[in-house]
Design a protein around this ligand. Sequence first.
Ligand code: NG6
Ligand code: CA
Length: 524
Amino acid sequence: MPIDRRLFLQRFAAGTATFALAGLESFASTPSGKKPNIVVILSDDVGYGDLSCYGATHVHTPAIDAMASAGLRFTNAHSDAATCTPSRYAMLTGSYAWRHDGVQILPGDAKLLIQSNQSTIASVLKSAGYTTGLVGKWHIGLGDGKIDWNGEIKPGPCEVGFDDAFFFAATADRVPSVYIHNHRVVNLDPSDPIHVSYENKIGNEPTGKEDPELLKMKLSEGHDGTIIDGISRIGFMTGGKAARWKDEEMAATFTGNAVEFIEKNQHKPFLLYFTPSDIHVPRAPAPEFAGKNECGVRCDVISQLDWSVGRILDTLKRLHLDENTLVLFTSDNGPVVNDGYDDGSDRKLDGHKPAGPFRGGKYTIFEGGTTLPFIVRWTGHVKPGISDALVSQLDILASFAALVHQPVPAGTAEDSINMLPAMLGKSPKGRESLVEEAQVMGIREGKWKLIDRSQRPGAHPRPASLDLSGGSLERSLKGQPSYPTAPLELYDIAADPGETKNVAAQYPEIVERLRRKLADVRTQ
Ligand code: NG6
Ligand code: CA
């Protein structure tokens, strides 16, 4: 089906086609007549059960809880994927990551995945007159295949819709361990140029593999490249000594930049896309958070994340922007406990359940991989409550476009459905279905979830050799039993959120319908 026709059908099916905005006009402006500011906070690896407003009892998140009490807390909101790069790609572009080849966890020197003809949340809001800012983790690639870290680094966030971007390239555990502002590494001394390699060791600096005695945090898997700030990373780098970050200062650095962006742009409509690195590894909280939680350092960085969110919300309040700003909090993928560093988190969980009632977490096709915290607060506009609507982060683009009455360019964001009524709590109705991706693929429809282990992400996926491991990386989620898996698994998520009983044999016709639907979505 041509992409425009597919788009039309999807938006029409949702009953909220971009042109059918009657009754929604009042959402598009605030009492002062201004377009609302938008703050999207995308945290890293925070699971459904990691926040006290979602039921955590071993760790407390007062700022995020207050946001949830004053806003709408979703119980069935999803990322596109169970890992970062595909999840972030899909959220920003409104296009399922599995439609494209190569949208997988990227090294720090990978090229930009977003094409110049794609829309992003930032480009759409920029067209609507917004000043757009990114602060935090990027991880969707940079450059066109070859990056000169000592020169202009582009294309990147500024080429896909951001007016201002303060970020790092990939993950906190991947080189280069430096911040970038727009097109240049921050604090780079030209006499100490940066070189990066993911293939071979370069330079003479110690590595986790050769010099483990120098590490302040032991590794458990991978992560044996260059040691930066006492922690060995994935990949090797030389140079840029003055530009290297200090892990313990990262939360304050990003949060400070985010606050500054809000202050600077307080008088015009703005989009802040704030993507803190917490609670991704390496978990190295600032001293005021370290050792404060019984459930270990993973909980300490949850507290640190909560502090960052609190600083953003305090800033909005101080500047009298609460009623003029929609704030969305979510996470990029489900939780993981041991993600390659031996930081003690798995021994200290103390009963804390990072994925809440769900099975699996980061890397896995089970619901814990993509069912995530999702909270929308817009004082005076969104009635506080809880929504069970099925929504996807893919839908943010079309929903915000509708909010500000900005058409989405034809042929782009083809999987983004305008869910504004659900996101603002005006309707309990969510999507009819949703595709999920990890190493294999699944589909949600109503209470049903089908996992099809013959389906893999990518426009040209590898021929299917069945992965029946049940998510080998699930081992990192201690305390969760492992169940046998099958080529086709069907779960009733309403009755069995923990995906313990495969009911495929009882409902062959549902299995077949969903299997076909998943296959059809892929060819649309
Ligand atoms: C994995 C890393 C993990 C993390 C992940 C990306 C190892 C053993 N594991 O390859 O630590 O960096 O990639 O996480 O190196 S994500 O949230 O950005 O997807
Ligand atoms: Ca992540």
